[in-house]
Design a protein. Structure first.
Length: 146
């Protein structure tokens, strides 16, 4: 895949984010790290959760439980939203964009992305490369076939 000059690349998972920009040419990309952020995201059990609530039926002596909140997943989703805000502040509105994220995070990013920005997306790659460095990300992009 050719990566146009000035393309912004967002690589994110639930706890690590990198924003890169191609400072090179289409044929010879040079990825520059613009921003990197990591958060600590412990499992839901470590964040302290109580038992799920109960619902009592008025007509029958039946009870049912509400679903437990997945605090870990909520925090990952908020981090994805923060990543989109970060690229909005670092990126021109008309610059091309490449998203690299695990499938669930990619779905979160799609739902939160500004509709104007959808037209600028060159590729959405469903892989977890957030912990990788720029040469590995560049190798993935070069081998990517849309």
């Amino acid at each position: 895949m050719l990566i146009p000059h000035d393309t912004t690349i967002l690589v994110v998972d639930g706890s690590h984010m990198q924003v890169l920009r191609n400072r090179g040419t289409d044929a010879a990309p040079d990825l520059e790290l613009l921003k990197e952020q990591t958060i600590r995201n412990p499992p839901t059990s470590a964040m302290g959760t109580s038992a799920p609530g109960r619902s009592f039926g008025s007509a029958v002596p039946k009870r049912s439980a509400y679903q437990n909140s997945d605090l870990h997943q909520r925090r990952e989703d908020r981090f994805g939203h923060a990543a989109l805000q970060a690229i909005a502040s670092l990126n021109r509105e008309d610059a091309p964009l490449i998203l690299i994220a695990p499938p669930h995070m990619l779905g979160t990013l799609r739902s939160e992305l500004d509709p104007k920005r959808h037209a600028q997306i060159l590729a959405e790659i469903a892989k977890d490369f957030a912990q990788r460095d720029a040469p590995d990300i560049l190798a993935l992009l070069r081998s990517y076939q849309p």
